[in-house]
Design a protein around this ligand. Structure first.
Ligand code: GDP
Ligand code: MG
Length: 597
């Protein structure tokens, strides 16, 4: 293939700015699908997106476009994962491209995710082509947004195309600009093979499908390849491209994108960013930028109905089949029974997995408050990671403890700036930057991730009436005065409610959770003491008063069916009770208490 006739690009955009619509339009214009197939394709996509919450897997479509210069070009359009939780995966998808369309909704303007994605693209030295979408909307202000792109992002937007992915205005110009303004790939078909593993997923018919971008050399069907990070070898049994239908080919040359299968059973053998080379005559070095993905947020997932435990295990296994970055391990809790400690790339990843378990597997689950990964230096000189507050060691053995910090970018209309700044300050934030773009403020804060996993999104949404957009990246670990707060019910610690917090927040959080539990725990025949404590020191307390009368007393002598009903109701409730010493607490109380974080 003539490299000068190939263009590899992706589309980056804030959510809802029109990425999928534009991609579908381009597929349609290039005739990758008939109208009927197009409908199916679009539906398929939606189904997948729904299944995944958002795009998690990178996908590519190979299009043929006959340009105005009379030549036919191969356009490889790569759909990148939709969220910065998957920043590393996004960065690898972008690394497979030479350029990107930067789509901005002309009625909305630049948002936090636009910026986060732009930074990733600029890190990867991609050529950016700004596109103003939704100009059909009366509220569209292309001129204002053009200036905003120049001010905020600092790229020339004077030539930005004005399009409507919905009505089709300007799509041809976009395709033409991809050909004329984005660089062609370079590479030597006879060099030693270096192909980047962009993504992988499990297909019930073909096994693991690997999405690759060949950088140097030629990847051929039938060859034995080696994954450079693990050293494992596999026989390539299929090579193909997506048009978006699977079309088999014999080889992929440098600059090409496509897929291979190699009878691989698990996506865990296929690490995003890894380099694939030949077993014989391998490349001297792997491609730069490989990083094994590590979970940063953990939580416990427990079935509401204990008999669902094995089914939950099975379901987690199925999800993990397709998601190499999702980790899980069994865990047991006095309050919640048997469940799993799960690791995620970020909060959104966690939400997606929870959502899928609920929707696709119909599982009713309780999750414990998300916790970040702490690092601890011990007095005996060793270091360890803490994934679960329950495992917090004896304080006297801890020399120091560090927590992850993020750099958060928040974009918010001027009128909501005050409360946003207050929220960030309350959460131990340090302001890094504050700039204005028209009537929108862009604030950058360094924040402890610990404070963000605790209802930060919800608060941000409510104080900005939904207008704030938020994105973050992890910047590193810092030492902090972090303590374990335990919640005690009649002196028994409830493991599921234990949390690691900054000392300055301990009392407030402890008091909040005790007050909440007080309302949630039904009265018993005796008083129930609720306490929050750091080590042996109680920092907050509440009491649930004793119940005076038998529940059925008031029906005494009355309607017998009513009495029976009441007893039955009680029995029903019993199933969901958890025993704490002599205190019985409905599981729903924990669920509610956990909801607030
Ligand atoms: P994505 O999240 O970036 O993939 O955004 P989508 O492509 O899913 O689009 C989000 C919403 O905006 C959908 O309801 C689209 O129909 C709508 N949309 C996309 N492009 C346009 C456009 O050019 N004009 C208008 N009016 N709506 C659009
Ligand atoms: Mg989309």
């Amino acid at each position: 293939t003539d490299l000068s006739k190939i263009r590899n690009f992706s589309i980056i955009a804030h959510i809802d700015h029109g990425k999928s619509t534009l991609a579908d339009r381009m597929i349609q214009v290039c005739g990758g699908l008939t109208d009927r197939e197009m409908k199916e394709q679009v539906l398929d996509n939606m189904e997948l997106e729904r299944e995944r919450g958002i795009t998690i897997k990178a996908q590519t479509v190979r299009l043929e476009y006959k340009a105005k210069d009379g030549e036919t070009y191969i356009l490889n359009l790569m759909d990148t994962p939709g969220h910065v939780d998957f920043a590393y995966e996004v960065s690898r998808s972008l690394a497979a491209c030479e350029g990107a369309l930067l789509v901005v909704d002309a009625s909305q303007g630049v948002e936090a995710q636009t910026l986060a994605n732009v930074y990733l693209a600029l890190d990867g030295d991609l050529e950016l082509l700004p596109v103003l979408n939704k100009i059909d909307l009366p509220a569209a202000e292309p001129e204002r947004v053009r200036t905003q792109i120049e001010d905020v992002i600092g790229i020339d937007a004077s030539g930005a195309l004005e399009i409507s992915a919905k009505t089709g205005i300007g799509i041809q110009d976009v395709l033409e600009a991809v050909v004329t303004d984005l660089p062609a790939p370079v590479g030597d078909p006879n060099a030693k093979l270096q192909a980047m593993l962009v993504d992988s997923w499990y297909d019930p018919y073909l096994g693991v499908i690997i999405l690759v971008r060949v950088v140097e050399g030629t990847l051929k069907k039938g060859a034995k390849v080696r994954m450079m990070s693990t050293g494992r070898t596999h026989d390539v049994d299929r090579v193909g491209v997506f048009t978006p239908k699977h079309v088999m080919v014999n080889e992929l040359g440098p600059g090409e994108m496509g897929f291979i299968t190699a009878s691989i059973k698990s996506v865990h053998d296929c690490k995003v960013g890894d380099t694939i080379t030949y077993e014989k005559d391998p490349a001297d070095a792997a491609l730069p930028g490989f990083k094994p993905s590590v979970p940063v947020v953990f939580c416990g997932l427990f079935p509401v109905d204990a008999s669902d435990f094995e089914y939950l295990r099975e379901s987690l296994g199925k999800l993990a089949l397709n998601d190499a970055s999702f980790k899980y391990d069994t865990e047991s809790s006095a309050a919640l029974g048997f469940g799993f400690r799960c690791g995620f790339l970020g909060l959104l990843h966690l939400e997606i997995i929870q959502e899928r378990l609920n929707r696709e597997f119909d599982l009713d689950l309780i999750s414990t408050a998300p916790s970040v990964v702490y690092r601890m230096g011990m007095t005996d000189g060793t270091e360890q990671e803490l994934h679960n507050p329950v495992d917090y060691p004896d304080v006297t053995k801890i020399k120091w403890i560090e927590e992850p910090w993020i750099k958060a970018t928040i974009m918010v209309p001027d009128e909501f700036l005050g409360p946003v700044l207050t929220l960030c300050t309350e959460r131990r934030g340090e302001q890094v930057d504050l700039t204005y773009v028209g009537n929108r403020a862009m604030v950058v804060y360094n924040l402890p991730l610990n404070e963000v996993v605790f209802d930060f999104y919800d608060r941000l949404k409510s104080i900005s009436k939904g207008y704030a957009s938020f994105d973050y990246e992890i910047v590193g670990y810092r030492e902090g005065d972090l303590v374990k707060v335990q919640i005690l019910i009649n002196s028994d610690p409830v493991d599921a409610l234990a949390m690691i917090v900054h000392r300055s927040q301990a009392e407030y959080r402890g008091r909040q959770i005790c007050a909440r539990l007080k309302d949630l725990i039904p009265r018993q025949l005796f008083k129930v003491a609720l306490q929050a404590a750091i080590g042996g020191k109680v920092i907050a307390r509440e009491t649930v008063g004793a119940l005076r009368k038998d529940v059925t007393a008031k029906c005494y002598g009355g309607d017998i069916t009513r009495k029976r009903k009441l007893l039955e109701k009680q029995k029903e409730g019993k199933k969901r009770m958890r025993q704490f010493g002599k205190v019985e607490i409905p599981q729903s109380a924990f669920l509610e208490a956990l909801k607030m974080g």
